[in-house]
Design a protein around this ligand. Structure first.
Ligand SMILES: Cc1cc2nc3c(=O)[nH]c(=O)nc-3n(C[C@H](O)[C@H](O)[C@H](O)COP(=O)(O)OP(=O)(O)OC[C@H]3O[C@@H](n4cnc5c(N)ncnc54)[C@H](O)[C@@H]3O)c2cc1C
Length: 196
């Protein structure tokens, strides 16, 4: 069992990172636990290269830039970060909450759940034998891997938006061709459509 913390934050995405910053402003002893090997949650993992248009004060920044800024905001504060550690159970006991994880347990007076949509797990295409295709990607971690490739982008709503952003970047790569199979345009909100 670890030492007693004032606040333990489950999830190191944007909400968890900013909550940690605010906890420090209130002089709380705070730690973060995340099941992933890196901080940042969805913007860092699912769309590091996509532009984000709706962060107050920042007309345009990428998922990776947002993550870096949130991490930078924690600089100078002592924030133990436990990565690759999944929270399995939280139990209230007399001395505080006992947080049982895949690696052990933590004791905390308060717990902030900032798990977003939970642990990331793509919903695979419903096609026979789909698990055998290594060239079907559910998120884009490195855009350069598509250089010289023919890419089909499939999706609607947010996914179409990501696809179009991807396309905008991909067009700058040499020898690139793409087609889009998608839901209607009106599944993408207007400010984003105008920006593409
Ligand atoms: C493709 C895409 C594009 C998007 N674009 C935009 C946009 O342009 N603008 C916008 O405002 N929003 C956008 N969003 C939504 C935005 O990313 C989310 O609202 C935001 O990430 C939520 O932040 P969060 O910190 O609550 O959760 P998350 O970012 O989901 O982070 C949660 C963290 O909790 C961790 N976690 C989960 N379960 C456990 C567990 N049991 N134990 C330990 N750790 C755990 C996860 O590993 C993760 O790191 C987009 C989302 C997607 C998928």
């Amino acid at each position: 069992m670890s030492q007693l913390y004032d606040i333990t934050i489950v999830g190191g995405g944007p909400v968890g990172l900013f909550a940690a910053f605010y906890a420090h402003l209130r002089q709380a002893k705070v730690q973060i636990i995340d099941s992933l090997p890196q901080l940042g949650g969805q913007p860092a993992i699912l769309y590091p290269e996509k532009e984000i248009l709706d962060v107050p004060g920042f007309p345009n920044l990428t998922g990776e830039e947002l993550t870096n800024r949130l991490i930078e905001q924690l600089n100078g504060f002592d924030t133990p970060i436990h990565l690759n550690e999944t929270v399995l159970e939280i139990e209230k006991q007399e001395e505080g909450f006992v947080i049982t994880t895949s690696k052990g347990s933590h004791l905390s007076k308060t717990v902030i759940i900032a798990m977003g949509g939970g642990a990331f797990k793509p919903r695979p295409l419903e096609l026979e034998g789909v698990e055998g295709y290594e060239n079907i990607h559910y998120h884009v971690s490195n855009i350069q891997q598509y250089s010289g490739k023919k890419v089909t982008i499939l999706g609607g709503g947010t996914q179409l938006l990501i696809g179009l952003w991807l396309l905008k970047k991909l067009r700058q790569l040499p020898l690139f061709t793409a087609e889009i199979i998608s839901a209607p345009w009106n599944t993408v909100s207007k400010p984003y459509r105008n920006h593409l």
